[in-house]
Design a protein around this ligand. Structure first.
Ligand SMILES: NC(=O)c1ccc[n+]([C@@H]2O[C@H](COP(=O)([O-])OP(=O)(O)OC[C@H]3O[C@@H](n4cnc5c(N)ncnc54)[C@H](O)[C@@H]3O)[C@@H](O)[C@H]2O)c1
Length: 427
């Protein structure tokens, strides 16, 4: 055994030739003792140290300035910040692949910095909505219109196509939608008796938009109506009046629908801390109204231009007050950007009987226009006149344009459209 072991050791010794000239193995080669002073020497020569220091200075200045510049761009170019919302501490995220926060700056809390907002206007292709969109775009905001074109028209917003701050989505608000915005103006709802009977969107549409507002922390404004006062027993109507509404009549889907919409809005405000605003709009007129939607001003104007008799329902002594659309838009924006929930009456307190309105239309369009009387419709309110003292006090708002000033502007638009007769519904 011992012999075998010795033989193996001898064979291993034969396999590994040991060169006499190779130095013994050392795990780490020793540094040349002169290498440190030599590199120092290199750095110090020809002012190299100075160049290195200047380089470090430029580099660090660049990295200090760079992040704040980037966040500046995202405030002004992409993020819609709600500086009016000091209470909120929420974050906006960009959808799509282009994550502007991926530069190490982190998510930008809304409520700091720039003024530009991203705003949804449901029903933005309609009469009031399209004027509101124009004003928001003119102010510098980014606007997304959601509309199913039930009563709205592409022609109302076609002048904004191609504007990079404008987007149009064909969508029915009775279905949920997810967007990232700062404010939601919820107007989508057919507003005339001819149309709303066929499409009671108020409850589901409002619920979906309130759900969106809650989810993304957006401020929500609902365009309610003077119809919530029904056939009022108080005159003029103050916001404190609870109304006199028939819950089962032909107009109820609209009147009660808007009352439910107001209730839902307040429930989301109280229960889910959603920032809400409620506008109660009184009769509004102006360019881009539907030509034949059964609303009294558009009816009279279309009939007078077409040389047809103007239809007066009942004895024509029922009263309404008429607000020009730009006044309403100013009021809606003051409400949205202000600090008060409402409800606020937004209307022109100037009160006219239907016969007086017919006279103004005659003066403006055709002095020879005639009137035709027809039986009144069910539940037609006898009187309507807003008390706007609350809006004056808290929103610093009141209408500026009288009926005699506003009507000719609407007539020009109606004349052109009736002459062209290019109106196609549901385009
Ligand atoms: N104009 C007025 O005198 C008046 C008075 C009181 C209240 N309001 C309210 O103001 C808002 C705007 O009224 P308007 O006069 O501009 O009416 P409009 O009919 O011209 O506009 C309504 C818009 O909403 C859209 N829409 C309707 N249902 C929709 C749905 N389910 N999904 C998506 N879009 C839908 C329509 O296509 C249209 O573009 C309405 O909420 C209305 O109740 C208006």
């Amino acid at each position: 055994m011992k012999q075998l072991h010795n033989q193996a050791r001898n064979r291993r010794d034969e396999e590994i030739p040991v060169s006499q000239s190779t130095p013994p193995y050392s795990p780490k080669s020793l540094k040349h003792p002169k290498s440190l002073p030599r590199s120092l020497n290199y750095i110090l020569k020809e002012q190299r140290l100075l160049f290195i220091l200047v380089g470090i200075l430029i580099g660090s200045t660049f990295f200090i300035i760079q992040p704040s510049q980037k966040s500046g761009v995202s405030y002004t170019d992409h993020v819609e910040l709600t500086q009016n919302y000091p209470k909120r501490h929420r974050y906006v995220t960009e959808y799509g692949n282009n994550n502007r926060y991926s530069n190490g700056v982190g998510r930008v809390p809304v409520g700091i910095g720039g003024k530009r907002k991203r705003i949804v206007v449901t029903g933005g292709a309609g009469f009031v909505g399209s004027h509101l969109v124009d004003k928001l775009i003119a102010r510098g905001d980014d606007v997304i219109v959601i509309d199913n074109f039930f009563t709205g028209r592409k022609e109302n917003v076609v002048h904004l196509f191609g504007n990079p701050r404008f987007e149009l989505i064909r969508h029915d608000v009775v279905e949920p939608i997810l967007l990232e915005v700062d404010q939601i103006y919820h107007l989508a709802c057919p507003a005339s008796p001819v149309h709303y009977k066929y499409n009671p969107t108020n409850v589901m549409g409002t619920l979906n938009m309130l759900g969106l507002a809650k989810r993304i922390g957006a401020r929500f404004l609902i365009t309610s109506t003077s119809e919530v006062y029904g056939d009022p027993l108080e005159h003029p109507q103050k916001e404190t009046y609870w109304g006199h509404v028939n819950p089962i009549g032909v107009r109820s889907c609209y009147d009660e629908g808007k009352r439910v919409a107001e209730t839902l809005t307040m429930d989301y405000h109280r229960g889910a801390d959603v920032e809400v605003r409620i506008a109660r709009i009184f009769n509004t007129y102006g360019p881009r109204m539907c030509l034949d939607d059964g609303r009294v001003v558009s009816n009279f104007v279309s009939q007078a231009i077409r040389k047809q008799p103007m239809t007066v329902y009942g004895d024509g002594k029922q009263t309404r007050s008429f607000q020009y659309v730009s006044d309403l838009v100013d009021g809606l924006m003051a409400l949205m950007d202000g600090e008060h929930v409402g409800p606020f009456n937004l209307g022109n307190p100037g009160e006219f009987t239907m016969l007086e309105l017919a006279e103004v239309v005659k003066e403006t369009i055709d002095p020879s226009a005639t009137i035709e009387f027809k039986p009144n419709t069910d539940d037609d309110p006898h009187k309507r006149k807003p008390d706007i003292s609350k809006a004056k006090e808290f929103l610093n708002w009141e209408p500026k344009i009288s009926l005699r000033e506003g009507l000719p502007r609407m007539v020009n638009d109606f004349r052109n459209r009736i002459l062209n007769e290019d109106e196609g519904k549901g385009n």
